[in-house]
Design a protein around this ligand. Structure first.
Ligand code: FAD
Length: 426
């Protein structure tokens, strides 16, 4: 059996590694000269910056990605150190920004700023919603009804801004509760030694060791079908034939590659649904410093930032991600679709946040990167993902355009790949 994979991002490489381990002949096509997509390193002034991700695995060494990596035999180590998350709040109660100083709360203590009545309500909801998770509307709407307090919105926007590049208004309540459940189940974030590239390179090594091929600088320009079945792909003007095709480029681009396929009703419906999917956008600011700005290997959530949702300092776990004696710190901020044409202002607000958050500390801005459209934070915003299956037989979609439920970022990619593999091998 032969499988063709479109895209050598994390989703494509996980699929290729799993299929090649299972005895499939695998051929991967990547349009860029490098592999890894938004999950690899960019060496810059001795720092290991990235094409996308902040070198963080949302559920560290015990989540779905770590499970799948172990399953395919990838040689990577993901380190989780305590604290996994800390929340920065203003020093004085009533202040609404960091200008007059700050203090840090452990994530476990996030309930402290709630009113007494809301703390009691929260204790009740923590028990009842695990049995009966809410299912209608957005997480924001649920909070408005059940825990209406400024702190609720600040915390949820900071958390979902960091984790999904969305606000609580854009996260379906069902998905939000799945994510919270997964936090209980798998625990907090970790950093892979060597950063993102260590993972995608280890997967590529498995594919090659199993006799698979990875073509770089080779764009797939069409998906070939025959009578409702996938037949292969068109790349570099050549037809490549296979039994199955896995696309790692999201549903919208995949439907574009199906151009010209005589669509039955299901295919037309699929194309219409894919058109409605919205990617999530964001800005990452990379900082260099001589002394640690955060001082731990977890996430610093910043609910009182004007734009910045959270920050990490990965060199507290892997010092080799920066030159000797330096630290690498990265902030992330969600960008709303209506602000995409005002990116300069969004970035300026992010930079102002960093000045307030790290007041009195010295750092250099290394690089500012923005992500949207075809190189987004997520190809489909969490909770709106379509399934991994398409109406074309043996054509599947993986990656962050088709994440599994409750899966934050690469954990969602891993869950989607697991779902796809189950389907293929059933
Ligand atoms: P991609 O990485 O986009 O891979 C798709 C590949 O397909 C690309 O290499 C592309 O070049 C190729 N391609 C496209 N079209 C074609 C074609 N026609 N022919 C051949 N090849 C093609 N996740 C985390 O878990 N932790 C984080 O800390 C984190 N932080 C993030 C911060 C930012 C700023 C961003 C942008 C993302 C972050 N993410 C994070 C998300 C994570 O990076 C992505 O979810 C993940 O890398 C997506 O992998 P993928 O395989 O779905 O897609």
């Amino acid at each position: 059996m032969k499988a063709i994979i479109i895209g050598a991002g994390l989703g494509g490489l996980l699929s290729a590694a799993k299929l090649s381990e299972s005895g499939y002949e695998v051929e991967v096509f990547e349009r860029l000269p490098i592999i890894g997509g938004r999950f690899t390193n960019i060496p810059y002034k001795g720092f290991q910056l990235t094409t996308g991700a902040l070198h963080m695995i949302p559920h560290g060494p015990s989540g779905p990605l770590a499970r799948l990596l172990e399953d395919v035999g990838a040689d990577v180590e993901i380190i989780r150190k305590k604290p996994t998350a800390v929340i920065r709040i203003p020093r004085k109660r009533g202040d609404t920004d960091y200008k007059f100083g700050h203090k840090d709360l452990l994530f476990e203590d996030f309930k402290m700023p709630f009113s007494l009545i809301n703390r009691m309500k929260l204790a009740f909801y923590i028990i009842t919603t695990r049995k009966n998770p809410p299912s209608e509307g957005s997480f924001y709407e649920w909070c408005k009804k059940h825990l209406d307090q400024d702190w609720t919105y600040r915390m949820s926007d900071s958390f979902f801004g960091w984790a999904l590049s969305l606000t609580s208004r854009d996260v379906p309540v069902e998905e939000a509760f799945e994510i919270i459940e997964n936090l209980y189940r798998y625990g907090g974030a970790g950093v892979p030694l060597g950063g993102c590239k260590a993972i995608t390179d280890a997967l590529a090594d498995i594919v090659k060791a199993n006799g698979g091929t990875i073509h770089t600088s080779t764009e797939v320009t069409g998906i070939l079908t025959d009578n409702g079945n996938v037949k292969g792909v068109l790349a570099d003007g050549q037809e490549y034939i296979s039994d199955l095709v896995i696309s790692d480029v999201g549903h919208s681009i995949t439907t574009g590659l199906l151009n010209g396929v005589a669509g039955n009703g299901d295919i037309r419906k699929y194309i219409d649904e894919a058109k409605k999917l919205k990617p999530s956008a964001g800005v990452k600011i990379c900082l260099s410093s001589d002394k640690p700005l955060i001082g731990h290997g977890g996430v610093l959530l910043t609910p009182y930032g004007k734009r910045v949702n959270g920050i990490n300092e990965v060199t507290n776990i892997d010092p080799d991600l920066a030159p000797a004696g330096k630290h690498l710190t990265m902030s992330h901020q969600c960008v709303l679709p209506e602000n995409l044409d005002r990116l300069d202002e969004e970035i300026e607000l992010g930079l102002q946040d960093l000045e307030d958050i790290f007041a009195g500390k010295e750092y250099e801005v290394l690089l500012i990167q923005s992500y949207s459209n075809d190189w987004p934070v997520n190809r489909s915003s969490s909770g709106s993902d379509l399934t991994n299956i398409t109406p074309v037989k043996n054509l599947f979609v993986v990656g962050d355009g088709a994440k599994g439920k409750g899966g934050i970022e690469v954990e969602g990619v891993a869950l989607g790949v697991e779902n796809t593999m189950e389907k293929i091998m059933e």
